[in-house]
Design a protein around this ligand. Structure first.
Ligand code: MBD
Ligand code: FE
Length: 282
């Protein structure tokens, strides 16, 4: 048994909560008018549900205990990113030109090791999984190459674990910031990530089991691609024939984001190209 199987929802949830607090919660300022408009609608949606579904006290108390447990398990980042973020992303990027984006999810960590192209992501000597060469070009919408563009990548390992959110995985495992060359070309060697199951032993897992849902996301690479004067893209790339492309629990798959890797001619794994097109900064 791998030591990684000792990962718990509460431990990864606590890390994701801490990560969010240190990176993003300070930026949150919402006007009284918007809080009034949005909170009123959310409360009304809940009240309408109670009235229309004739919710019982047992059901109301089940909800209360569950909400308390989401907090105790540190799973608010997970819950929100799995069930809500896809809509926020759709609204935020509806009019943006260039490559499609999708959700960031709860497991991004800024400041990963900076690597010149051609790069290899930090990994263990015996890193499990099929080698994957991921490469392509970063341009603007008029095809101009973006020299020195930054291609930040993070993904789960062959067992579905993210470094810094599972025990016993080296700090920056399978995380890196690859700097494209003067033509905007990037090349990065990594391993094929596994399909990902969100933690089943915490509050989110309890919801999934109680509702008869499944906990799977298709295998994916997470990316943030940026260059000075252009809008940063947060996205994910998936792999053809993955059984969860059509029922991602996080609703974050788009047809433009599915890769079709081919076997490498030298037999050392697979390779795939993907070009990023960035919109100019507003
Ligand atoms: C993930 O790896 C992920 O990408 C999302 C969106 C939610 C939970 C885990
Ligand atoms: Fe992920």
């Amino acid at each position: 048994m791998s030591v990684e199987t000792t990962a718990t929802a509460a431990a990864s949830g606590a890390n994701a909560t801490e990560r969010f607090r240190s990176d993003k919660s300070a930026a949150a300022e919402v006007s009284t008018e918007r809080v009034n408009a949005l909170a009123s609608r959310v409360v009304k949606a809940l009240v309408d549900t109670v009235m229309e579904e004739k919710v019982s006290y047992d059901e109301y108390n089940a909800l209360k205990s569950w909400l308390i447990k989401v907090g105790e398990d540190g799973e608010w980042p997970l819950f929100l990113d799995v069930w809500i973020e896809h809509a926020v992303e759709e609204v935020a990027n509806a009019d943006r030109e260039g490559s499609k984006g999708t959700i960031e999810g709860p497991y991004y960590v800024p400041g990963s090791p900076v690597l010149e192209t051609p790069a290899t992501l930090p990994m263990r000597d015996d890193e499990p999984g099929r080698p994957l060469l991921f490469q392509g070009r970063v341009t603007g919408v008029n095809g101009e190459p973006l020299a020195g563009a930054s291609v930040e990548i993070w993904h789960a390992d062959d067992l579905g674990f993210y470094s810094q959110f599972a025990p016993d995985v080296p700090e920056w495992n399978l995380r890196g910031t690859v700097i494209a060359d003067s033509e905007g070309v990037y090349q990065v060697n990594t391993v094929q990530p596994a399909p990902y199951q969100i933690p089943t032993d915490g509050a989110c897992g309890q919801l999934i089991a109680s509702a008869g849902w499944h906990a799977w996301r298709p295998a994916h690479l997470h990316l943030k691609v940026s260059a000075p004067g252009y809008q940063l893209i947060t996205t994910q790339l998936y792999f053809t024939a993955d059984e969860h492309l059509s029922d991602d629990i996080a609703s974050a798959v788009k047809p433009e984001l599915v890769l079709e890797p081919k076997d490498k001619a030298d037999g050392t794994g697979r390779e795939v190209s993907y070009d990023f097109v960035l919109a100019s900064a507003a």
